[in-house]
Design a protein around this ligand. Structure first.
Ligand code: FAD
Ligand code: 2HG
Ligand code: ZN
Length: 471
């Protein structure tokens, strides 16, 4: 270790103490690789400040010493945004010790939390106050509110409540020079110039360290109705989505799609899962309605799905009669990521399209992938209600690093060209990180790239915040 690094660690220690530094290799290991096991890095030190003041001092020191910072929350991200490079020159700033729910304000319908609060804990704190925080995703037991903000996370309830951007009213951020921007305002209206909050949301740790947030709360849903349906195609599910929306309005909180291959993968690799329908169907959807009280939710869902069965828009349906049954269906849906990790090497595409374009996209993309001669299986699932597909392609576990690299180049071009041609997005909810950085450069217009780089330079002229990610 160089003398400069030793001196940096000594000064960091003076700020955060023993409890705030991770220097041993074994203890550092979980911070150095991502959830998918795709990226691996190296750092001299992981620093874990206890609060905003310590974070500001740490960042100020890194600013003065030109030390690059990789901010990390729960390390559940899917684009490699929280993994350092392998130079050993970067430091990881972990927010996990900043885990206080600062305030719940039921009258303003808001809560103020530290950025390191685990999403599930934020949901619990809202529930304890008789309110509801609706962001919900498979990693909610480990991901942090700061990570959700930095990636503008989506999840399963976006069609009703919006992305994290729509759920945040105010932020507190430590800027790259160590100054603190206090934007912790719980206002629904605030037109006082450029929206700094919206710049930090989705910036993936490249503009500053988010240390706190004011989040919107909602009324608790006390009633739910859940069903699983089978259909022949995404077009039929898109038709069903439109009808369910028209009939149920804001009561529709989730509409998730899974291909037969996605379902089969879960049944094979995730324990305690059973096929919901007697006969496998090419496509499946998990649909949920919710309301503050039960004014015939189940009957409403049965009416919409009954009609769809009658006119053969769908081929089968299973209605849940208990919370336990609904939980079993959600376990299948949330098990797809884990099943993919166990089954093969996955080339992920996290795309967004107008919902009306999805069926055409799937047909064309499947045909193109069929033609390209790879031993590949398409694992197509996602948040149909948001027009967000995880159009993943799995190649055998035995594929070499070079096989994966070549297949990724080939498939990315094919899928992303098609998406872009249909006015879609190549990055819907997981962020760009290092996974899609070069793809972003390929598909964003030179004007958009120039404006983003200018913003980056205005906030972070020394380029110390998460270098190599996003831009
Ligand atoms: P990390 O992984 O630690 O970091 C992610 C990025 O945010 C990095 O660029 C990091 O530098 C930056 N960052 C983290 N904290 C801060 C901060 N305080 N200030 C500034 N930058 C910061 N995502 C979805 O959107 N929808 C889903 O449905 C979904 N399902 C998932 C299911 C599983 C099983 C898993 C493993 C992941 C899933 N994800 C999903 C992806 C992931 O959980 C989200 O992106 C989550 O928001 C990341 O939070 P985190 O705290 O783990 O962030
Ligand atoms: C989901 O919707 C997550 O389950 C993960 O966003 C998607 O594994 C994936 O590609
Ligand atoms: Zn998703």
């Amino acid at each position: 270790m160089s003398e400069n690094t030793q001196e940096l660690i000594r000064q960091l220690h003076a700020i955060v103490g023993d409890a705030g530094l991770v220097t041993e290799a074994e203890a550092q290991a979980p911070y150095l690789k991502d959830w998918l096991g795709k990226w691996q890095g190296r750092v001299a030190v992981v620093v874990r400040p206890a609060d905003t003041a310590q974070t500001a001092e740490v960042v100020r020191l890194c600013h003065l010493t030109h030390t690059p910072i990789v901010t990390q929350g729960g390390n559940t991200g899917m684009s490699g945004g929280a993994t350092p490079d392998d130079s050993g020159a970067q430091v990881i700033l972990s927010t996990t010790r900043m885990n206080r729910v600062r305030e719940v304000d039921p009258i303003n319908n808001t809560m103020t939390v530290d950025a390191g609060v685990i999403l599930a804990h934020a949901q619990e704190a809202a529930r304890d106050a008789g309110r509801y925080f609706p962001l919900s995703l498979g990693a909610e037991g480990s991901c942090t509110v700061g990570g959700n903000l930095a990636t503008n996370a989506g999840g399963i309830a976006v069609l009703r409540f919006g992305n994290m951007r729509e759920l945040a009213l105010g932020l507190e951020v430590v800027l790259p020079d160590g100054r603190i921007w206090n934007g912790l305002r719980g206002l629904r209206k605030d037109n006082t110039g450029y929206d700094l909050r919206d710049l930090f949301i989705g910036s993936e740790g490249t503009l500053g360290v988010i240390t706190g947030a004011v989040l919107k709360l909602f009324s608790q849903p006390h009633a739910r109705a859940t069903a699983w349906v089978g259909a022949d195609s995404p077009a039929q599910l898109a038709e069903l989505l439109a009808r369910t929306r028209a009939r149920c309005g804001d009561r529709l909180v989730a509409f998730e799609m899974m291909s037969a291959a996605s379902l089969a993968l879960v049944l094979q690799h995730v324990t305690d899962t059973r096929a919901p329908l007697a006969q496998a169907t090419p496509y499946n959807a998990l649909i949920e309605l919710a309301d503050t009280e039960d004014l015939g939710l189940q009957a409403m869902l049965e009416e919409v799905l009954g009609q769809a069965l009658e006119d053969e828009t769908i081929s089968d349906a299973m209605f849940c009669t208990s919370g336990t049954q609904a939980a079993a269906l959600w376990k299948i849906r949330e098990g797809i990521s884990q099943a993919q990790v166990r089954a093969g090497k996955v080339i992920k595409h996290d795309i967004a399209l107008p919902i009306s374009a999805i069926a055409g996209f799937v047909a064309q993309a499947e045909a193109l992938i069929d033609d390209c001669g790879l031993a590949a299986q398409i694992i197509n699932f996602g948040h149909l209600g948001d027009g967000n597909l995880h159009f993943n392609v799995m190649i055998p576990l035995s594929s070499t690093y070079e096989d994966v690299k070549q297949a990724t180049l080939q498939l990315n071009r094919l899928v992303h060209d098609l998406v872009t041609g249909m006015q879609g997005s190549i990055s819907a909810e997981h962020g760009v990180g290092q996974l899609r950085r070069d793809e972003l450069q390929h598909y964003k217009s030179p004007l958009e790239m120039e404006l983003m780089l200018r913003i980056k330079q205005a906030f972070d002229p020394n380029l110390i915040m998460n270098p190599g990610k996003l831009l």
